[in-house]
Write a protein that binds this ligand. Structure first.
Ligand SMILES: [Zn+2]
Ligand SMILES: [Zn+2]
Length: 344
């Protein structure tokens, strides 16, 4: 285990994590992750020598602030900035603690292969450090070009990288990164990835990202068609609403929620409780309806950065407050049960 007091890389990663979980400006966070990535390739003796000689800033990606943090580490001190962030971190939300303790992983996450901010190995490491047994990597599908969606070729390569990361982490108590996709639900309700590729993945989240304002009747047909697709496991952020945040607000899509949730219940598709504070999707009334209809659920972060993997707490607070039965939340299940369900 790395010790933040003496390990500069661990200290910088921890600072980035704590900033991400409080949704700090991503440009600031990049400086810490960039410096950590550089220092990972420099041996400890050189770091010490440079800290003492004051030449850390000659290394690419190391600036005044990050160099100061490394110097504190080398001197055997907890960096002051890290101590300050830790002291003010606290829980993100009150409530939902039992649900959070029951969760074994996260089914919806992004890496820099699509529109996430960090390499998939960093997402895997952070999920492991959070105590997850699994994390599903669900980068975007090809037609979501604004999010750098993955073609068959790129996704095939990604599977090889995930495999290598899992081999590397195999000594870490059985944690695994699972393969997946957040596949776009196209306007006609088909899924934006080939059938052989969908079949190769461990789990599939299907979400609407385009034409969110279409009329309720065609939107209902579109969503029901996607839910009926035999490869669909999770219906991601079903209304598409944004309630706050840098991208502004966006009203929820209109559709016959009873029909969509009935299809989810019938086809064993989990309704996602999206934990992102700006999404908070589905809204309370629809979440209550999905509980009543008998749906399965997944509490997901939709993390686009490692620190956002901690957002599960927000979804758990909602799950508890809305009386979602814990046994119907699929990511409380162990990996074997989850995979059997996703590939039944
Ligand atoms: Zn999405
Ligand atoms: Zn997503």
């Amino acid at each position: 285990m790395t010790d933040p007091v003496t390990d500069p890389v661990a200290a910088l990663r921890r600072i980035a994590f704590l900033l991400e979980r409080r949704l700090a400006d991503s440009y600031r966070i990049k400086a810490y992750r960039g410096a950590a990535a550089t220092l990972l390739t420099v041996d400890a003796d050189e770091i010490r020598a440079r800290a003492e000689a004051g030449t850390l800033r000659q290394l690419p990606g190391v600036g005044a602030k990050t160099a100061g943090i490394v110097e504190e580490c080398v001197a055997g001190e907890v960096p002051g900035y890290l101590a300050e962030l830790e002291a003010t971190a606290g829980p993100l939300v009150e409530g939902g603690e039992e649900y959070r303790a029951a969760l074994r992983g996260d089914l919806h996450t992004h890496s820099d292969w699509s529109d996430g901010g960090s390499p998939l190995e960093e997402m895997a490491m952070t999920a492991l450090e959070l105590g997850h047994a699994y994390v599903v990597l669900t980068d975007h599908s090809p037609r979501l070009r604004v999010a750098n969606g993955l073609s068959v070729e790129r996704l095939t390569r990604q599977l090889e990288v995930v495999d290598a990361v899992n081999t590397h982490l195999s000594a870490s108590g059985g944690f695994r990164m699972l393969t997946g996709i957040e596949v776009d639900i196209l306007e006609d309700g088909t899924l934006d990835q080939t059938e052989p590729m969908l079949a190769r993945l461990d789990l599939r989240v299907a979400s609407v990202h385009s034409k969110l304002r279409m009329d309720a009747a065609p939107m209902t047909r579109r969503m029901v068609a996607a839910v009926r697709h035999p490869r669909t496991n999770v219906l991601g952020h079903c209304t598409g609403r944004l309630v706050k945040g840098g991208r502004g607000t966006r009203p929820q899509s209109e559709f016959d929620a009873e029909a969509v949730f009935a299809a989810c219940a019938e086809h064993d598709v989990a309704v996602e409780i999206n934990s992102r504070p700006e999404r908070c999707d589905p809204p309370d009334d629809l979440l209550a309806l999905a509980v009543e209809v008998g749906c399965l659920f997944s509490v997901d972060t939709d993390a686009h950065a490692p620190g956002q993997l901690d957002f599960l707490g927000y979804g758990c607070e909602r799950a508890e407050r809305m009386g979602v039965p814990a046994e119907r939340i699929v990511n409380t299940w162990d990996r074997d049960r989850l995979l059997a369900w996703a590939n039944a």
